[in-house]
Design a protein around this ligand. Sequence first.
Ligand code: NAP
Length: 245
Amino acid sequence: MKTVFITGANKSIGFETARQLLKEGYSIFLGSRDLKNGQEAVEKLKSEGLDNVEAIQIDISKDESVKSARIEIGKKTDVIDVLINNAGITGGFPQSALEATSQQFLDVFETNVIGQVRVTQSFIDLVKKSNEPRIVMVSSSQGSLTLADDPNNIYYHHKGAVYQPSKSALNMYSLVLAYELRETPVKVNVVDPGFTKTDFNGHRGTGTVEAAAARIAKYAMIANDGPTGKFISEEYNPETGECPW
Ligand SMILES: NC(=O)c1ccc[n+]([C@@H]2O[C@H](COP(=O)([O-])OP(=O)(O)OC[C@H]3O[C@@H](n4cnc5c(N)ncnc54)[C@H](OP(=O)(O)O)[C@@H]3O)[C@@H](O)[C@H]2O)c1
């Protein structure tokens, strides 16, 4: 049975991704910043007959928490087949380029960029032990420089001076990561779940968590001849799924 670790999986898109992968027969370590929320999420999945799931406390913005999660998971498995870096924050809107504070930038980058780096670096040894290793970086088409500059983009006027650069930085980190792992079986892809109705945006999103999670799960399960180093947005391009960087 393949093993998955998902951060920020106690609710919303991460939770639904855990549910879909459980249904596909994967075993899940369900990352949650608050262990109690994680355990409640696990109980909900178990009540649906999805048993191969365990809550792991992890706050990706804190070195010590990520180290503890790595130690805990290391006691339970030698291999992580799929790492899904899903946890993320917006930092609150509006975010003006002229008025956003340095603290807003520090908080959002601590989670959306450095948090993903911490988790990736801490868990890569377990990922490399998989026969078919996959890393999915959950980003956003809001991180696309090309789309941010395109007046025809439906989200052209949805600007966020803190959140958008954090996802652009995550995208570039992911490209470098994919490059460094290019001679290994590890596939690294960046997936935009699409504008989804969750707490993240006060439920203003237009898509469902089911559709968002399916987009992530697809790249968690891609075959050995699948892509690596791609930026995928099926919302932006339903046919090819490719999103401009
Ligand atoms: N919703 C959208 O429209 C949309 C669009 C594009 C991309 N995305 C991306 O999709 C991902 C999931 O979004 P969502 O809509 O599911 O958001 P959400 O409803 O706000 O859930 C975010 C999850 O991340 C967790 N989290 C936040 N900071 C964390 C930290 N420091 N350490 C560990 N966990 C942390 C949250 O934990 P708590 O419950 O403890 O807060 C929660 O489990 C994010 O990366 C987001 O940028 C979302």
